[in-house]
Design a protein around this ligand. Structure first.
Ligand SMILES: [Zn+2]
Length: 101
């Protein structure tokens, strides 16, 4: 399988994985399983998370990851600076696994 196809499938799998919480919420809304306060329940289900973009400096590939652990550290750092974060997006530059090999 060519590298382009591998990157395509990795991106597709990542995108689908990132959509799973939304699909769960849609299913729970459809089956009337969000309780009396659906927005509050939806917030508890999805939790705090950040999108992390992984940018390869050599080939330009863009990977994505979601992390809840990163959000806790960022929120603590922002809070100590008197700032209230809303939607953390992180870009990390480096070298992808393909270019590293
Ligand atoms: Zn690369």
């Amino acid at each position: 399988m060519s590298t382009v196809r591998v990157v395509f499938w990795l991106r597709l799998v990542t995108l689908v994985a990132l959509c799973l919480p939304a699909l769960e919420l849609a299913w729970r809304w459809y089956s009337d399983d969000l309780g009396a306060r659906p927005v509050t329940e939806a917030t508890h289900i999805t939790g705090d998370w950040a999108v992390v973009f992984l940018l390869c400096e050599k080939c330009g590939a863009v990977g994505e990851a979601a992390s809840g652990a990163v959000v806790e550290s960022l929120n603590a750092a922002a809070k100590s600076a008197g700032f209230t974060p809303k939607s953390p997006v992180i870009e990390i530059t480096g070298v992808c696994a393909h270019c590293r090999d």
